[in-house]
Design a protein. Structure first.
Length: 234
């Protein structure tokens, strides 16, 4: 009996992907990059949505190209998912064809047949697709963005001092008032969250003179009100 008959390809989808990577590594890497970028898009949309911002209205297509690579949460989710898929592939190769019978030697035949049906190609492939959608798309959207949003609102995120250009007197820049936390940026806009008034500030990059980081244990920086940033009360 040859090797293919001794093995039961429980995860044929993973085998097909592994075969694609071996034969066409360039296509495989492109798919990985596209996957991580799509995860970054979902993460950004969920993060900014929590602060009342539709990021699609402020972002350019180029802002999403590296969105996944810039977020540690997204990279962690992608690496864990990829490692899990690799482990499943190894288990599939090592699983004998009659492993349900070996795992449950005293189980009734109907139970073993039920296990074989549940682990058939179609059902396992469907479960893999559903798991892929849930993990690689919904996890960055819900879990990843929730973690980052909670950190910002608790004051754990990157605290900054934002100096803006003053059209009336360029030599006297104005500042955003209060404790500002950087939510994120696009190519044309920067987004900040003020804890005191629970407001989100959307400011064009062209109107920002300087963004300075503030240590978490430093004294609050005095600030003067800015001209007219877009504010979204929360």
């Amino acid at each position: 009996m040859n090797e293919s008959s001794e093995q039961q390809p429980l995860f044929g989808l993973f085998r097909a992907i592994a075969k694609l990577f071996r034969k066409h590594p360039a296509i495989g890497l492109t798919l990985v990059y596209a996957q991580v970028s799509s995860m970054g898009v979902m993460y950004m949309w969920g993060l900014f949505r929590a602060f009342g911002i539709n990021i699609m209205e402020f972002a350019e297509p180029g802002d999403f190209l590296l969105s996944g690579l810039k977020q540690p949460v997204v990279l962690t989710i992608a690496l864990v998912g990829g490692a899990s898929a690799y482990v499943l592939l190894l288990l599939d190769r090592a699983a004998p064809r009659e492993w349900p019978r070996q795992l449950f030697p005293r189980a009734p035949g109907v139970i073993r047949r039920l296990l074989n049906v549940l682990l058939s190609h179609r059902i396992v492939t469907l479960l893999c697709i559903l798991g892929y959608i849930f993990y690689f798309w919904l996890t960055p959207l819900e879990v990843g963005s929730f973690i980052s949003t909670d950190r910002v609102r608790r004051g754990v995120g990157p605290r900054v001092v934002v100096e803006l250009t003053n059209a009336g007197d360029p030599t006297t820049p104005s500042k955003l008032e209060g404790q500002m936390f950087l939510i994120g940026t696009t190519s044309k806009f920067a987004f900040f969250y003020g804890r005191e008034h629970e407001q989100t500030h959307i400011i064009p990059i062209a109107n920002i003179l300087r963004i300075s980081g503030v240590p978490t244990d430093s004294v609050e920086v005095c600030a003067t009100p800015t001209s007219n940033p877009t504010q979204i009360p929360r």
